[in-house]
Write a protein that binds this ligand. Structure first.
Ligand SMILES: [Zn+2]
Length: 276
């Protein structure tokens, strides 16, 4: 099955945003303020703003933009706090949108914003699993059997946990929340985003950076919360590794966001959930 892996750039290292960019976190670009969803008495936090970009992200029509919001008071765990706003770019403005209370500290996250990461590039990949096996991913028993059959499915492989299209990679809880058809799997984003290279300096990124080497770990001088707007919430880097991981919101420390689409509607209807 073909799928796409986004490559991310940390917004705090990228300069000012001057146009609509597909991204995780931060403030929404050009979204009409009256569409900003609230929950638990507060504005929700932008989790992602993603442009229709087929085949990586098909929202049903050119020019559509998907917004996912998460309430960091309730976490978006139960029935509420996980809003979706899909709008046409023609009804969007210029510049970053703010609403009163956009930067409030929440019970489940002190930073004013969800960590911001821009999608720079898409890598097209193929896991070698035939398309006709897709339905087996959504039944717990057959999913675990697939893992035995295809070495590409690895429960312990957290590197492949952020992917668009193709088939899902569940957490240890298996296919926990799957909306019934006509909803289909659209993409998933892991709690830890993978970035290439060596972790930048703590002052440059404005968050806690933890480096570890087999058995010991070192945490950067204490920075209790993200000190730069849109900074990651934390970074972890293993000495000698050519990548590092960055946490951007509260998904219970190791959760994954799963996003589903109903293609029978235009714009396509979207739902999202997260679980550990
Ligand atoms: Zn809430």
């Amino acid at each position: 099955m073909r799928y796409y892996e986004p490559r991310f750039r940390m917004a705090v290292l990228a300069g000012e945003q001057d146009r609509l960019i597909s991204k995780i976190g931060g403030l929404p670009w050009g979204m009409p303020a009256d569409l900003w969803p609230h929950c638990c008495g507060c504005p929700q936090k932008l989790l992602a703003q993603l442009r229709h970009e087929s085949p990586m992200l098909d929202l049903g029509k050119e020019g559509l933009v998907l917004h996912l919001f998460q309430c960091l008071e309730c976490g978006g765990i139960d029935e509420c706090g996980r809003d979706v706003v899909v709008i046409d770019q023609s009804s969007m403005g210029d510049g970053l949108t703010r609403v009163p209370g956009w930067d409030h500290s929440c019970g489940l996250g002190e930073p004013p914003l969800i960590g911001e990461f821009w999608i720079d590039e898409w890598l097209e990949k193929d896991d070698g699993i035939p398309d006709e096996r897709l339905s087996e991913f959504f039944v717990e028993s057959s999913y675990w059997a697939l893992q035995d059959e295809f070495s590409e499915i690895d429960f312990y492989d957290f590197l492949g946990r952020t992917r668009f299209g193709g088939s899902p990679r569940w957490t240890g809880n298996g296919p926990l929340v799957v909306p019934p058809p006509p909803f289909e799997f659209l993409f998933q984003i892991d709690n830890s985003l993978i970035l290439e290279g060596v972790s930048p300096d703590v002052d440059a990124v404005g968050c806690v950076v933890t480096t570890f080497e087999s058995g010991s770990s070192h945490q950067s001088n204490a920075l209790p919360v993200a000190t730069k707007l849109g900074a990651p919430w934390s970074i972890i880097h293993e000495v000698g590794s050519d990548y590092y991981s960055a946490e951007f919101t509260n998904l219970g420390s190791d959760g994954t966001i799963f996003v589903y689409v109903d293609r029978t509607q235009v714009p396509h209807a979207v739902q999202w959930f997260w679980n550990r």
